[in-house]
Design a protein around this ligand. Structure first.
Ligand SMILES: Nc1nc2c(c(=O)[nH]1)N[C@H]1C(S)=C(S)[C@@H](COP(=O)(O)OP(=O)(O)OC[C@H]3O[C@@H](n4cnc5c(=O)[nH]c(N)nc54)[C@H](O)[C@@H]3O)O[C@H]1N2
Ligand SMILES: Nc1nc2c(c(=O)[nH]1)N[C@H]1C(S)=C(S)[C@@H](COP(=O)(O)OP(=O)(O)OC[C@H]3O[C@@H](n4cnc5c(=O)[nH]c(N)nc54)[C@H](O)[C@@H]3O)O[C@H]1N2
Ligand SMILES: [Mo]
Length: 763
């Protein structure tokens, strides 16, 4: 392995540009797919092609000739790689040995190609027939308390697979259907229904053409939704101001050179993205948003006295909202001293941002994990809608709330039944269609599933994609508990750490990627997904499948379901697998308002939108109006023990060369980190105060009075442009530091962006 080194000098290149073009080429070469891969990429995010497996950004009706980004190309190359793993690979590797491999090394062996079962005597995965695997898994599930099993879904699985999987779990008898959104935008799904009556964002791609102001909170767009830089660049060319709130100066939000524009590439001309960049403290968002609201409300008070034009949209507030007076009063009483202390921003900075927002006729607020993965994540999401409501910025062109979702179908899975909350399931419809009583008991979300694995209530875990054991908090505490499970099943494309932390009986079931051609009884199949803007699209695989014995995800789900459940004349699993359009008919029958004429409309260029009351100013809330919510506190983490001045707040975040726990390479080009991910980036003053020098190796320890020791060692410390008292490092390497109970209070999203740690030099 190359000598590990890191440099963290300031980044000078814009996002995109030649660096991006070079990176696309090099990953195709590494996966041995240069010529063919280039052809495949031409079909990415095209109306008749496949939906990118990377982020969930919207797919336009009129795509660019190359409708993919650097990171989408990496994700494609990772799936269509020529590196394919024969069963014999495992002859020479025990699970115990593989545990010492890095996340990157495990996945880099390539695509899994045969179903396997773990052999306890040899500690190796060994090939098994599909039918035998299904029957054994079915036998292990049958006769067990359904609530002792967990059916996890990572956000990549299609609407068709997700619908079948959720139906299977409910027919089996449980709502234990946690998914990756429990670690991600659940703060949105919990926060928005109370304020605006919908669980998802209201902004569509067209809104970007009509907006005249954008406020960005806690999203690293250049890395995590790079195609979104195109509408941002277009908006900037129209003179639209973009105000960014982020503790780090993320290059993608500073400037962008479009790698698909020859002129920009040749001239090196970059577009400035953010017109004001506010480096707030980690978790300072509620306070910053309170500052903006306070400024607007007080400017409006002053305007009333002076008889000048109002700053707030009083007609909208009167007709459409509830709770304004109490909210306005709370903001008037909140002091600038508190706002400045908690946000780390000055009153003048916030006033400038508020004035920009106040000048806009139509403004949108966009946000990512920097907002949701906090103890007060739900509250910050609701502060976003408070700010929008003050000026009627919901339900008109160019305005609205835009939570930028993670996985490519994470939003859609919730729409078709992947949820632990029975109140979100159309039980009557399921009863009518399939003649069974769906379970009424609330199931477990991600954190609750981890708690139940720890205390032995859960004994079987099925993972439809994902890397649950690595993506969740408290890694080291959880590790021994995984081994006590009776059964673990991984439906997967590649090997990852969750497959090594397995139960007493363990199965690995390799599936097709959706980039691959999926041939079933009625011919080649298509699948569908919902993007970040609530739009549904068809997706057709175009690449010849990896060699071996892979099955499609619907076929695997059906295989396990058939082996587990008694026959039900209402569900013909085999017919569904033979023709996915029948699954879409079933989805339409279950959710007729959303999926009307599904099989046809999924091929509309640009997809079709789900109906959203809030976008029409119809408020499906308890009050029948959009609700203002008074924040309980401005503090990022009111319950966390502080320990004098030496406690640092740590965010764990993604780098440029990863998709969640999938690490493509060890470089984070944009942030100037090379050859390693074991770094801790700190404010220079904090380093000086703690007696640390650049390059020192340190141990980070979590500050929590719960009797558990949580440490990650071997981190090289570097000075970085980040507010005092804050630090950052990589996810998933630092997941062992996050206590399981350290999650957003109402949504239980692990608070991965504010872990209180102390740092000491390694002896
Ligand atoms: N290439 C690629 N694309 C991806 C992914 C990937 O791993 N790789 N992952 C996908 C998934 S599942 C998701 S959820 C999304 C994640 O996309 P993001 O939401 O961008 O998630 P992170 O990479 O964790 O970055 C969080 C951003 O918030 C900032 N931040 C951290 N704490 C705070 C805070 O307290 N306040 C504010 N205002 N900002 C803060 C960080 O500096 C960083 O810029 O991306 C999706 N797309
Ligand atoms: N500390 C910290 N922890 C975090 C986060 C953070 O920011 N900080 N972010 C959280 C977020 S936002 C999320 S979404 C979760 C992510 O949690 P997960 O969704 O569970 O994890 P991923 O890393 O996306 O899963 C990658 C694995 O999915 C499998 N896979 C890939 N493609 C396919 C496919 O087509 N089909 C199937 N069946 N399997 C496939 C591969 O085996 C791959 O190893 O992590 C969360 N954890
Ligand atoms: Mo996510």
């Amino acid at each position: 392995m190359a000598k590990e080194h890191t440099s963290s000098g300031p980044h000078t290149d814009p996002a995109g540009g030649w660096g991006s073009a070079r990176a696309v080429g090099s990953i195709l070469v590494r996966e041995h797919r240069l010529m063919h891969g280039t052809k495949v990429l031409m079909h990415q995010n095209k109306p008749d092609g496949f939906m990118c497996v990377s982020c969930s950004w919207a797919k336009p009706a009129h795509p660019h000739p190359f409708e993919f980004c650097e990171n989408g190309a990496k994700a494609t190359a990772w799936d269509i790689t020529s590196k394919q793993v024969p069963a014999s690979f495992f002859d020479s590797h025990t699970c115990t040995e593989l545990e010492s491999w890095s996340d990157h090394e495990l996945e880099a062996i390539g695509r899994l190609t045969v179903p396997m079962r773990w052999n306890a005597a040899t500690d190796k995965y060994v090939e098994i027939g599909w039918q035998q695997a299904f029957e054994e898994i079915g036998a292990l599930l049958r006769g067990r308390d359904p609530d002792s099993a967990v059916f996890y879904t990572s956000g990549r699985a299609s609407l068709e697979t997700s619908y079948m999987y959720a139906l299977f779990a409910r027919m089996y008898g449980t709502n234990n259907l946690p998914d990756s959104s429990n670690m991600c935008h659940e703060s949105t799904s919990v926060g928005l229904p109370k304020t605006i009556g919908v669980p998802v964002g209201t902004v569509t791609l067209e809104d970007f053409e009509h907006t005249d102001c954008m406020l960005f909170f806690g999203h690293n767009t250049g890395t995590n939704a790079p195609r979104m830089l195109h509408p941002l660049q277009d908006a900037r060319k129209r003179g639209v101001p973009i105000v960014t709130f982020n503790p780090l100066r993320e290059p993608g939000l500073v400037g962008f050179t479009n790698p698909q524009s020859p002129v920009e590439m040749l001239t090196g001309k970059e577009t400035q993205i953010s017109t004001q960049y506010l480096q707030l403290k980690l978790g300072g968002d509620t306070a910053a948003l309170a500052g903006l609201c306070k400024w607007l409300i007080e400017a409006d008070d002053a305007a009333r006295l002076d008889g000048t034009e109002p700053v707030l949209d009083h007609a909208f507030i009167a007709e459409h909202t509830h709770g304004f007076e109490a909210f306005a009063q709370a903001m008037r009483q909140t002091t600038w001293t508190d706002i400045e202390r908690e946000s780390g921003l000055s009153r003048a900075q916030l006033a400038e941002a508020a004035a920009t927002y106040a000048r806009a006729k139509a403004a949108m607020l966009l946000y990512g994990m920097g907002l949701t993965q906090h103890r007060n994540g739900v509250q910050s999401v609701q502060m976003v809608t408070n700010l929008l409501l003050l000026r009627g910025n919901i339900g008109k062109p160019g305005a609205g709330v835009c939570p930028i979702r993670g996985h490519s179908n994470v939003q859609g899975q919730r729409t078709v039944g992947i949820t632990e909350k029975p109140e979100h399931v159309p039980a009557d419809k399921l009863r009518e269609l399939y003649d069974f009583d769906p379970p009424a008991k609330k199931g477990m979300n991600t954190v609750e599933a981890c708690e139940a694995i720890l205390d032995g209530r859960v004994t079987a875990f099925i993972g439809l994609g994902g890397n649950f054991a690595r993506a969740t908090p408290d890694h080291y505490r959880m590790e021994p508990a995984w081994r006590r499970l009776d059964l673990t099943v991984g439906i997967t494309t590649r090997l990852n750490r969750s497959h090594l932390l397995h139960g007493k009986q363990a199965y690995l079931l390799p599936c097709l990627s959706r980039i691959e051609v999926d041939r079933q009884a009625s011919g080649e199949q298509a699948v569908s997904m919902e993007d970040s803007t609530g739009c549904f699209h068809g997706s057709r695989g175009i690449h010849e499948p990896a060699r071996g014995k892979l099955l499609s995800e619907p076929a695997i789900v059906a295989g396990i379901a058939k082996a587990t459940l008694p026959p039900n004349p209402g569900v013909d699993w085999d017919r569904w697998v033979g023709d996915y359009s029948l699954v879409r008919d079933a989805i339409e029958a279950t959710y007729p308002k959303i999926f009307q004429d599904f099989n046809r409309r999924m091929w509309n260029p640009g997809g079709f939108h789900r109906p959203l009351g809030a976008a029409q100013r119809k408020w499906e809330t308890e009050t029948g109006k959009a609700n203002f919510v008074v924040p309980e506190t401005l503090s990022a983490d009111p319950d966390m023990p502080e320990r004098g001045g030496d406690v640092i707040r740590l965010m764990t975040t993604r780098g440029d060369n990863q998709f969640n726990t999938t690490v493509y390479a060890l470089d984070d080009r944009f942030r100037g980190v090379h050859g390693t991910r074991k770094v801790l980036m700190m404010n220079a003053d904090d380093m000086a105060r703690l007696g640390l020098r650049e390059g020192d190796t340190v141990v980070a320890s979590t500050v929590a009075n719960d009797g558990f020791k949580r440490e990650v060692d071997g981190l090289a410390v570097h000075p970085y442009n980040i507010p005092a008292g804050c630090a950052w490092s990589y996810y998933p390497e630092c997941n062992p530091l996050i206590p399981l109970w350290h999650h957003a209070r109402e949504s239980k999203v692990p608070a991965a962006k504010s872990v209180p740690i102390t740092v000491r030099k390694e002896a």
